[in-house]
Design a protein around this ligand. Structure first.
Ligand SMILES: [Zn+2]
Ligand SMILES: [Zn+2]
Length: 558
């Protein structure tokens, strides 16, 4: 006799019964132990952060991460599924900062990096236990007991090995680059981070049009427009479009130079008495008087240059160039040998040389209003300007663009190979991989992998104070051999005081940056099994993965 089927089944209870059955019979474990590695299907599980509870996105991805391996299991494959925890970087640093009431990066240094880092270590897995319960309850088969954890020495050692491998292939360099920068977190962000959902928000700013007086023709002014008045103290050049037509407009007192197409927007202020028309080429090399005195007397500055990024879509068709605060600015200034100055410190405050506002934050609207006020009648127009503007994805502070020193991976050298590999990947959905991700690889900038922060995998470069020679560690043993001591943990506070002997007779010091956390998670195939220090055979068998499932935001680049 069949048991009667209840017309009102209690599904949650049925699920719990099934989980109990799996647990009691060790069903998942048996799908592994009873199968040989010979027929295996390899899967890498990208690590989430345990600084909060799982949300819908995690559960959705978790379901996909379960369904495919389960299907392969039913086909007779052995599918190892090891959970991982992402533990470094700003998500946890920001939580600890809040808890310890830390306002700036300087506070952390004063308090002690050791204290700060240990607090991060203590707190980062706070929710791990709750995650375990929830993940199990969703019915997912995954080994959470043997999870890899990115802050463990074994994992970090593999990351060092990855870094050293890139270094040995001459794919790492240090450079000066303008990039999105968070003044509160005091670190540069990758294009990847700026592409995170919700980064761009509407922002209300003051757009101003400023007149720069020509040095050669008295009472004649170049008009330039900007939405970031705080960049004006860093002004060192003006850029025009070589093929754009410009005009000189004369009113009772003064003459103004502006793109012909932009006159309509300004004629209520400067009139429309056009006395001359010429191409941008003719303006090249013309000198003007600096609007602030900070860099006055600098020989190679305060002149008109040409740039192909100049348009007449908005503004005046003349772009104010602050080489420290814009990618185009930096590039075009360099091409024209214009001087370089950085008037803003790591915290996004004016340096001492900008005497009026030294110590004031450039992202504050008050600072910008003060600058506008100070410029007085040099400002001919002030407009309210609403635009889509990037904010820090972690702390919601408006980002600025700022030149910083960083370590980069030469993606340009890897592009061809990456495009080829990407082409061999079976993407679902296909348009993400063959379209968006392929385009991204094609246009990939070099990857800024260093962060001027504390809780992460230290970049293992020791540099000589005198001769500048670099020594790069690819393992903990490398460092032990060089320092002749036992080293357990390689977090920044444990190794930053270790000095190495340099061949020149002097001492080499750790450069002090940590790696972008995406470098950690990108190292999963190696770090999760402590390759190449252990599991060589397993790595060679399983790499690359047969299957991964990750969020769409990870296809937006670095
Ligand atoms: Zn931030
Ligand atoms: Zn040396």
């Amino acid at each position: 006799m069949l048991k009667p089927v209840s017309p009102r089944p209690n599904f949650p209870e049925m699920e719990k019964d099934i989980l109990k059955f799996w647990n009691k019979n060790k069903t998942f474990e048996k799908t592994l132990s009873k199968r040989s590695h010979e027929k295996s299907f390899s899967f890498y599980d990208g690590p989430p952060f345990a600084t909060g509870l799982p949300h819908y996105g995690h559960l959705l991805a978790g379901t996909i991460k379960d369904v495919i391996p389960r299907y392969k299991t039913m086909q007779g494959y052995r599918v190892d599924r090891i959970w991982g925890w992402d533990t470094h970087g700003l998500p946890i640093e920001n939580i600890v900062e809040k808890e310890l009431d830390i306002k700036t990066k300087l506070h952390i240094k004063e308090m002690g990096i050791d204290k700060f880092n240990e607090k991060c270590r203590e707190k980062v897995l706070e929710f791990a236990h709750t995650w375990e319960k929830i993940v199990e309850r969703t019915g997912r088969w995954v080994d959470m007991k043997n999870a890899y954890i990115t802050m463990e020495p074994e994992y970090m050692e593999s990351v060092w090995w990855v870094f050293k491998s890139l270094w040995d292939k001459d794919l790492v360099y240090s450079g000066h680059k303008v990039m999105p920068y968070c003044p509160r977190c005091a670190t540069g962000l990758s294009a990847f981070e700026v592409g995170m959902p919700g980064t761009y928000q509407d922002k209300q700013d003051k757009a101003i049009t400023v007149k720069f007086e020509s040095s050669d023709e008295p009472n004649t002014f170049f008009l330039a427009w900007t939405t970031t008045p705080w960049t004006l103290p860093g002004n060192l050049a003006l850029a025009v479009g070589g093929n754009i037509d410009y005009i000189k407009v004369q009113n009772e007192k003064e003459k103004f130079i502006i793109a012909k197409d932009r006159l309509e927007h300004y004629q209520d202020i400067i009139g429309n008495n056009v006395v001359e028309t010429f191409s941008g080429q003719n303006l090249k090399g013309k000198k003007y008087k600096p609007i602030f005195d900070y860099y006055k007397g600098e020989e190679k500055a305060f002149e008109v240059i040409t740039g192909d990024f100049v348009t007449t879509g908005d503004g005046t068709g003349i772009v104010h160039i602050a080489p420290a605060f814009g990618e185009d600015d930096y590039k075009v200034a360099k091409e024209n040998d214009i001087a370089f100055f950085m008037p803003v410190n790591d915290m996004g405050e004016f340096e001492i040389e900008v005497s009026e506002w030294a110590g004031e934050s450039v992202i504050k609207s008050e600072t910008n209003l003060k600058i506008i006020e100070n410029l007085g009648n040099k400002v001919i127009k002030v407009e309210d300007y609403k635009h889509s503007y990037p904010f820090c994805w972690r702390c919601d502070t408006p980002l600025i663009y700022k030149a910083i020193d960083s370590w980069f991976v030469k993606m340009t050298n890897l592009k061809e190979q990456m495009a080829k590999n990407n082409n061999d990947v079976h993407w679902v959905p296909e348009f993400v991989g063959k379209g968006r991700f392929a385009n991204l690889i094609e246009g990939a900038p070099d990857w800024n992998i260093s962060r001027n922060r504390f809780w992460g995998v230290p970049i293992p470069i020791w540099r000589c104070k005198d001769c500048g020679e670099s020594q790069v560690m690819g393992s903990i043993k490398d460092l032990e051999d060089k320092t002749d001591r036992k080293i357990g943990d390689i977090h920044l506070h444990k190794i930053m005081d270790l000095e190495l002997n340099c061949s020149c007779g002097s001492k080499a010091k750790l450069t002090g940056e940590v790696l972008d956390v995406w470098f950690d998670s990108g190292s999963v195939p190696y770090g999760s099994i402590h390759y190449p220090f252990e599991n060589k055979e397993k790595f060679e068998r399983d790499f690359p993965a047969d299957f991964i499932a990750e969020g769409i935001d990870q296809t937006r680049g670095w």
